[in-house]
Write a protein that binds this ligand. Structure first.
Ligand code: NAP
Ligand code: 8YV
Length: 329
């Protein structure tokens, strides 16, 4: 039974205009990031039935949907997350309260895989550095130094889910050996599975990380794994900054324990350590793997469609595995 045709919705931070326009059309929207959050929660919290969250809630973002926030929203039924990664939402607490959490899987796989391969090539072949070299007027003084190649490398993919598999399909075209690490092997894949991450790192020359963030993967790329990757090794992280022990990575890059890194994500976004910015053997991107008009619009529409399905009394389209709950009504 649908309580209201315009349910009260809490938006934790800015979202794309196309999302905000549709939310305003179908919901009574309260903004947690505008004005006094505490006063807003005291006044509107008891009637909030839906949350829309995303940008700004990842990594170190302030507006995480945690137990403290959930406790102030006693009528909450759904949290719709913009992004396939939902590490900024406490799904265990949500499940315990019978709240369904949705994310945006599938619609961004190819986009993120394209960027991952681009970042790998940019890091290995030093494409941004070559661009800077030319712009600085250095070419007439001599050619850009010779560098590393993909031709003699094997690639280890950490996380072989939707995006990991889209990356592997692309990298197969490069004719280099591929292996992967995940907790369980994926049936039917032709690549060797390494149940122990350190053993994968020791066996390959490139580690490309595309696992979810959260406690289970927290700093899984640590000093020991980087040591195993070795002095010819390259780390590519398109997963979450939390997955890498950032100080250990900086130390490994500075000491030559590994050769180079390509990073789309950081521990405390949007802040990037000065030590990384000062290095010449890293390529740094501002979390852009899905950042195209087409893909972000598809993600945004999925956020809205999940909320509208719930509002209309249907099952949300893409609940996360931890909360595959029927809507509580
Ligand atoms: P997915 O389909 O759920 O795949 C996740 C993969 O990680 C699975 O192979 C899973 O296998 C593995 N995994 C999970 N926990 C693990 C652990 N503790 N140890 C080892 N492997 C583990 O997810 P997806 O759609 O491919 O997305 C993956 C992640 O990429 C997202 O959660 C997000 O954080 C990140 N991402 C980043 C961007 C960006 O803009 N940079 C864009 C999109 C996604 P097992 O369960 O068998 O271990
Ligand atoms: C988004 C992402 O940039 O989907 C994810 O998990 O990391 C990216 O696609 C991010 O969710 C926006 O906050």
């Amino acid at each position: 039974m649908v309580e209201s045709s315009r349910p009260e919705l809490l938006q934790t931070g800015p979202l794309m205009a196309m999302i905000e326009q549709q939310l305003a059309e179908h919901f009574t929207v309260h903004r947690l990031d505008k004005g006094d959050a505490d006063a807003l929660l005291a006044q509107a919290g008891p009637n909030i039935r839906a949350v829309a969250t995303g940008v700004g809630a990842t990594a170190g973002g302030a507006n995480r949907v945690n137990e403290g926030l959930l406790a102030r929203l006693p009528k909450l039924e759904i949290v719709a997350n913009f992004g396939v990664g939902y590490d900024a939402v406490d799904v265990t607490a949500a499940a315990a309260r019978g709240i369904v959490v949705t994310n945006t899987p599938g619609v961004l796989d190819d986009e993120v895989a394209d960027l991952s391969v681009g970042l790998l090539l940019a890091t290995l072949r030093r494409i941004p550095q070559a661009d800077r070299f030319l712009r600085a007027g250095n070419w007439p003084k001599g050619g850009f130094p010779l560098g590393a190649t993909l031709r003699d490398r094997s690639i280890g993919i950490v996380g072989m889910g939707r995006i990991g598999q889209a990356i592997a399909r692309r990298l197969a075209g490069f004719g280099r050996p591929i292996a992967y690490h995940s907790r369980r092997p994926v049936e039917g894949l032709p690549y060797p599975h390494y149940p122990v991450l350190r053993e994968l790192a020791a066996a390959v020359d490139v580690l490309l990380v595309i696992v979810p963030g959260g406690p289970a993967t927290d700093r899984m790329i640590n000093a020991e794994v980087l040591e195993a990757l070795g002095p010819n090794g390259v780390l590519i992280n398109v997963a979450r900054g939390s997955v890498v022990d950032e100080p250990a990575l900086i130390a490994a890059l500075e000491s030559g324990t590994i050769a180079a890194a390509g990073l789309d994500v950081f521990a405390n976004e949007p802040h990037v350590p000065d030590a990384l910015i000062a290095m010449d053997n890293v390529v740094l991107l501002p979390h852009i793997a899905s950042a195209t008009h087409v893909t972000r619009n598809a993600m945004g529409q999925l956020v809205v469609d999940n909320l509208l399905a719930w509002r209309d009394g249907r099952e949300p389209l893409t609940p996360v595995p931890e909360t595959p709950l029927p809507v509580r009504r």
